[in-house]
Write a protein that binds this ligand. Structure first.
Ligand SMILES: Nc1ncnc2c1ncn2[C@@H]1O[C@H](COP(=O)(O)OP(=O)(O)OP(=O)(O)O)[C@@H](O)[C@H]1O
Ligand SMILES: [Mg+2]
Length: 293
């Protein structure tokens, strides 16, 4: 029986010995939305483990849970009783980002948790002319705050819900870039054109600087011919935007959230954890050489 995270605050953990840490000294944080309107493709798993892998190499990361399901919050061990202030409160302007973030058990990783209240935000904001900018505005205000305890983030990762809703549009409006997880299954590319159209719409109106940072293949099963075929198909359609790193289907990854831990902490040796470390390395190299992206 797993020790469910809702019962207590997470204990701090330590990174495995031998993980090299480098300091990221960039000024403005890089804001990355993890988006795909398809459900269950690995958005939250990627958000949690990419954020953890970045923190493991010295980044100071804020993960924003922008999904009313709150899976990123649960998966990081922040139970419902700790979510007194959440991304909902930030979006409707009831509090600042810094008043709502939690340190997690992972050194260098903070969380803005979500609650189911977030599902009502769309309706509540319907008459607000800046409703699509709420997160961007909150981040801009929040990051200017110079409170003593304010962590200076190098990366902000936003876990989006499985819909092209106002919440996802808020994430895309606030973000510098979007990373799209694609599950290695038959309908992997289905719906992608809709997502790309939404990104283009946001680029042309709300956020011209938004770019597609990359596509990450998830839940790859090397024993399954279909997985191989889908991966090849996605690469032939999307070319260099697809990361070299492929996230394998791995049972340790699916077990980790029920312990309130990133896979990288739950079992840092497993194939899934190693893949997310490799993905973080690829992304950091890409950020250092944007012209090569
Ligand atoms: N590489 C993997 N290997 C095995 N299981 C995985 C892997 N990645 C994700 N899963 C499992 O698949 C399910 C869906 O993953 P996840 O919650 O990350 O998807 P999602 O896109 O965030 O879903 P939603 O659209 O509902 O937010 C979860 O049970 C998760 O533990
Ligand atoms: Mg999710």
């Amino acid at each position: 029986m797993p020790d469910f995270p809702d019962s207590k605050s997470p204990e701090p953990v330590e990174f495995p010995a031998g993980v090299s840490r480098e300091t990221n000294t960039g000024d403005a944080p890089r804001i990355v939305a993890i988006a795909n309107q398809k459900g269950g493709v690995g958005k939250t798993t990627t958000a949690i483990n990419l954020a953890t892998a970045l923190a493991a190499v010295g980044a100071r990361v804020l993960l924003i849970d922008l999904d009313p399901q709150g899976n990123a919050s649960t998966g990081l061990g922040i139970g419902h009783e700790l979510r007194d202030r959440s991304s909902y409160d930030v979006l409707i302007g009831a509090c600042s980002i810094h008043a709502a973030i939690h340190a997690t058990a992972v050194p260098g990783l903070w969380l803005l948790p979500s609650t189911v209240d977030l599902s009502g935000a769309e309706l509540e904001l319907v008459t607000d002319s800046r409703r699509m900018h709420r997160l961007r505005d909150a981040l801009q205000d929040g990051l200017q705050e110079q409170a003593v305890e304010t962590p200076h983030f190098s990366h902000i990762i936003i876990d989006c819900p499985p819909a092209l809703s106002l919440l996802t549009v808020n994430a895309l409006t606030a973000a510098d870039s979007v990373i799209v997880p694609l599950q290695c299954e038959f309908f992997a590319l289905e719906g992608l054109s809709q997502l790309l159209r939404t990104v283009e719409l946001v680029q042309s109106t709300l956020n011209p600087a938004l770019e597609i940072q990359g596509v990450v293949l998830t839940m790859f099963d090397s024993r399954n011919n279909l997985s191989q075929q889908v991966a090849a198909d996605v690469r032939s359609h999307l070319g260099p935007k697809v990361y070299q790193t492929i996230i394998p289907r791995n049972v340790r990854i699916s077990e980790a959230p029920s312990y309130g831990k990133p896979a990288l902490i739950y079992d840092h040796h497993c194939a899934g954890s190693r893949a997310y470390m490799q993905l973080a390395g690829e992304i950091l190299r890409q950020e250092k050489q944007p012209e090569a992206a």
